[in-house]
Design a protein around this ligand. Sequence first.
Ligand SMILES: C[S@@+](CC[C@H](N)C(=O)[O-])C[C@H]1O[C@@H](n2cnc3c(N)ncnc32)[C@H](O)[C@@H]1O
Length: 208
Amino acid sequence: MAKCSILSYLHLSWRAILRDRAVSQGYWINPPEENQLYRYFGSVNAGKRSQYLVGLINKYADKNDHIFELGCNVGRNLSYLINAGFDNVSGLEINPRAAKVAKFVLQKPIICGALEDKIDEVPQFDIVFTMAVMMHIHPSSIDFIERLIKKSRKLVITIEDETSDRARSFAKDYLKIARKCEFDQVQKDNHLPGLNNRYVARVFEKRT
Ligand SMILES: C[S@@+](CC[C@H](N)C(=O)[O-])C[C@H]1O[C@@H](n2cnc3c(N)ncnc32)[C@H](O)[C@@H]1O
């Protein structure tokens, strides 16, 4: 019995450590093999995801809108947008090597650092999107997500795993968060190209 409770205590503590904000950020600053930069350049599935994103943005945006990506990594999504004629793009990335590559390849403003540390440096924009990023932002940082959303003049797009809740992956209610920031949902897609079925895409428009 005692052995059992010690084991469950150790298990709970380990889970708590893995779910700590600093640990989560540390993972992304210097990720292991499974999230190394080369994985973000352009597999077939990654290309499908970026293409889907371009379709969404084409539907709602003007070509001169300022589009901001939280967690842009090496800049694949932004490069697809530039190729589609959206030249006014910028981003933020916690991984310094990924941010450096994105900046060099795109020649666009890329802020390097954690959302939680850099929120004051993020300019106002027309559209913000995230793809598999807000799910990794620690629950204690929800107010930073809200501050980011409030910088958008027009649109917020989330493409996130909304159900996994484990180490470094924190399920969130994006509809609730967006509504609190005065954005209303105008589109919701399931079964997204290049992503598993836990991912949902949502488009929110600023309330007028
Ligand atoms: C799963 S990757 C997705 C990358 C890119 N959005 C894509 O679709 O290819 C998650 C990205 O979010 C970044 N990230 C994680 N936590 C972050 C934070 N607190 N602030 C800024 N970026 C963060 C990671 O470094 C990584 O580039």
